[in-house]
Design a protein around this ligand. Structure first.
Ligand code: HEC
Ligand code: HEC
Ligand code: HEC
Ligand code: HEC
Ligand code: HEC
Ligand code: HEC
Length: 502
């Protein structure tokens, strides 16, 4: 592909006129600006694209003066006039510092900078998906924005704003970032506020450049987790089967590649700066999720999360997307709810109560039917559920409850949790555990009945399930890291009340 290098012609002229740029530029600020405002047209890393000239390697002063000329209207630019009008000299200088420091790019596809593209770029044209994603845990997957993750990250690694952090036990690059901040992991960086695309965690390009799944288990035993389990592309991957090179035109609104919709003056196809490849084999299957969600053992090999193993054991034929990305208003919803999402939790378990008369009272059968092809609760090892069972008289007064304070001691049959243990079998936190202690969670599709004999005849029996993101003992420490008081409140995920009819 030949690229017009317009600035080489323009630059000498520009040096003769206009004032010197203000101050020195901050390349990091410039990079952030570039990722937000420039690269959708000028290509990742300013690598240029079709008729849009490359900016990588452009001398800082030439870039600043060009932007000033465009802003003042002395240089005409249909595409950039409005944008430049909203920007300051200092921003031009910062952009100059960034672009001038990049190696001039020969070919956009060689640039491999897709992983630096901020979700803000996609927001321009995908406002609805952007909003959904912003509310998801994927957008809050780093220690900069998830206090529960931050607590463990600081314990096991260190400061998410510092460079050269290592996983303290392993003394290697923190494996956490392979899943929680994959764009930073690609660059081997630990300073997560260095770039929007790092701080955004699992952002658009983190998923939409995944082109294949290698599996998390390496030949010979080891594991490759998160980003390392995938093949990635320098071209965006989409779920539909668009031919890569077919232009979308008004005559073919549903077939052409939507990211290749420009024709040049001669009617030739012009590649977009963010070309898109058809990749339904990965985007429409669970494999897209498994590299990050399959399993994760701690350094002693004890499984912390194993949603993928659970899913495989269930023999389910559905995909993760079928539940976690329902189609809403014609597009796959990117909110991807889980334990943080009350509406999602409400769909997990079918909870019912049957009452059977006995000689002097009733036997209450509380039936839990896990609707999911993974455990309930699944995921992080400190998720837990308590099932509160209450008998009431016909005035609604409480006659009996299966526990008062907490189910763990008072009604262990009504406590669904996963506890890791040390060598002595004592409860241990995820990093230190050497074995699985207790696992009372519901298995995939499991139907479980918990029965209570009541020596009296109540008017009503009520069952409620309360979901907790973390164990009680962890709550004070998490609350030191957040102002969100709702976060750790128990959530009532299911409720069923039945009247006793003799
Ligand atoms: C909507 C697409 C678009 C966006 C966004 C955009 N540009 Fe451009 N840019 C162009 C096109 C097309 C040209 C070439 C034609 C022209 O000069 O208008 C160009 C030309 C330039 C040039 C002149 C290069 C030369 O060789 O003369 C500079 C400098 C430049 N852009 C910088 C930027 C910067 C910095 C940003 C972000 C703040 C940006 N552009 C955002 C489309 C865009
Ligand atoms: C300049 C506008 C524009 C920008 C910027 C843009 N897109 Fe798109 N994209 C579109 C349009 C238009 C469609 C077609 C939508 C449709 O078919 O309804 C599309 C479709 C898609 C699709 C669906 C393709 C398929 O196979 O179904 C994906 C995935 C996608 N974009 C991802 C992204 C990502 C990720 C980014 C940011 C890195 C991005 N887009 C930035 C305009 C844009
Ligand atoms: C966790 C991974 C993940 C993230 C993060 C992600 N996507 Fe997607 N995206 C998918 C998957 C999977 C599909 C395909 C869903 C399907 O068709 O079943 C998809 C589909 C799409 C589509 C096509 C929707 C449709 O139904 O036609 C667009 C457009 C899109 N994504 C844009 C984005 C944008 C923009 C962002 C960032 C704001 C983003 N995606 C973030 C995984 C992701
Ligand atoms: C690049 C790695 C990666 C990929 C790919 C990925 N995820 Fe995630 N996902 C994460 C991380 C990391 C979190 C946890 C964020 C946190 O809580 O700090 C997460 C969180 C979630 C949650 C929310 C859990 C909660 O606490 O509420 C759900 C649900 C989820 N992902 C589903 C999916 C599905 C479905 C797919 C595939 C379509 C997918 N993810 C693909 C890394 C990934
Ligand atoms: C039948 C619908 C369904 C399917 C299929 C499904 N899930 Fe879920 N998933 C749910 C529901 C409902 C929840 C909320 C209950 C819970 O947290 O266990 C959930 C919770 C989660 C969570 C949240 C864990 C946490 O820590 O908060 C993750 C992660 C997750 N699912 C990943 C996946 C992955 C990966 C797949 C595919 C391998 C998948 N799910 C398939 C319905 C489904
Ligand atoms: C293989 C991918 C992967 C790796 C590696 C990984 N995580 Fe996670 N982590 C996830 C996913 C996916 C979730 C969310 C869904 C779930 O609960 O399973 C998550 C959730 C968490 C949570 C719960 C967050 C919340 O909001 O409740 C914590 C804490 C956490 N991880 C800490 C860490 C730490 C610390 C490391 C590094 C030592 C790490 N993780 C490494 C994938 C990973």
């Amino acid at each position: 592909m030949s690229r017009p290098i317009l600035w080489m012609v323009a630059a000498p002229f520009l040096y003769w006129c206009s004032a010197a740029p203000a101050g020195t530029g901050d390349a990091a600020v410039g990079e952030d600006l570039a990722n937000r405002y420039c690269i959708a047209c000028h290509g990742p890393g300013g690598s240029g694209s079709g008729p849009v000239p490359p900016l990588a390697g452009m001398p800082a002063e030439a870039l600043v003066r060009t932007m000033q000329l465009i802003r003042s209207g002395d240089r005409e630019s249909a595409t950039m006039g409005q944008l430049s009008a909203t920007m300051t000299d200092q921003q031009f200088v910062d952009l100059g510092a960034y672009f001038s420091n990049l190696d001039p790019v020969v070919d956009a596809l060689e640039a491999q900078r897709l992983h630096h593209v901020s979700a803000r770029v996609c927001q321009w044209c995908h406002e609805d998906v952007y909003e959904q994603w912003s509310g998801s845990m994927h957008a809050r997957s780093t220690a900069l924005s998830d206090p529960i993750h931050e607590l463990m990250y600081r314990q096991e690694v260190g400061d998410p704003r510092a460079e050269n952090q290592v996983h303290q036990r392993a003394q290697t690059y923190p494996v956490c970032l392979q899943c929680h901040a994959p764009n930073a992991a690609q660059d081997g960086v630990t300073k997560l506020d260095a770039m929007a695309a790092y701080a955004e965690g699992v952002n658009c390009v983190a998923c939409h450049r995944i082109s294949g799944y290698k599996g998390v288990r390496r030949e010979g035993g080891g594991l490759r987790l998160g980003l390392l389990a995938y093949e990635t592309s320098s071209v965006l991957q989409g779920p539909k089967g668009y031919p890569f090179d077919q232009v979308r035109t008004p005559d073919s609104p549903h077939t052409g590649n939507p990211h290749i919709d420009k024709l040049d003056a001669f009617g030739q196809r012009v590649s977009a700066s963010l070309p898109l490849e058809a990749s339904p084999r990965i985007l429409r299957t669970s494999e897209l999720c498994l590299g990050c969600h399959h399993l994760r053992p701690n350094p002693q090999g004890v499984p912390l999360c194993a949603t993928g193993d659970e899913f495989e054991a269930s023999g389910a034929q559905v995909t993760c997307q079928s539940c976690h990305m329902p189609v809403v208003n014609g597009i796959a919803h990117h909110g991807m709810g889980g334990g943080h999402d009350n509406a999602m939790l409400a769909r997990a378990v079918l909870l019912t109560v049957d009452l059977e008369p006995t000689l002097d009272g009733v036997r209450a059968h509380v039936v839990l039917q896990n609707k999911l092809p993974h455990k309930m609760p699944t995921g992080a090892p400190f998720r837990n559920v308590q099932i509160q069972v209450t008998a009431l008289d016909d005035k609604g007064r409480i006659l009996w409850q299966n526990y008062q304070q907490h189910a763990q001691k008072e009604a262990p049959e009504a406590y669904l949790f996963y506890q890791l243990a040390d060598d002595q079998g004592q409860p241990a936190m995820p990093p230190e555990a050497t074995q699985v202690g207790i696992d009372t969670r519901l298995d995939p599709h499991e139907r479980r009945t918990i029965s209570y004999d009541l020596p009296f005849r109540p008017a009503f029996v009520r069952a409620e399930m309360f979901y907790n993101l973390v164990f009680e003992g962890m709550k004070p420490r998490v609350l030191e890291l957040t102002d969100d008081e709702e976060l750790l409140q128990p959530r009532r995920m299911a409720f069923y009340e039945t009247r006793y009819r003799p």
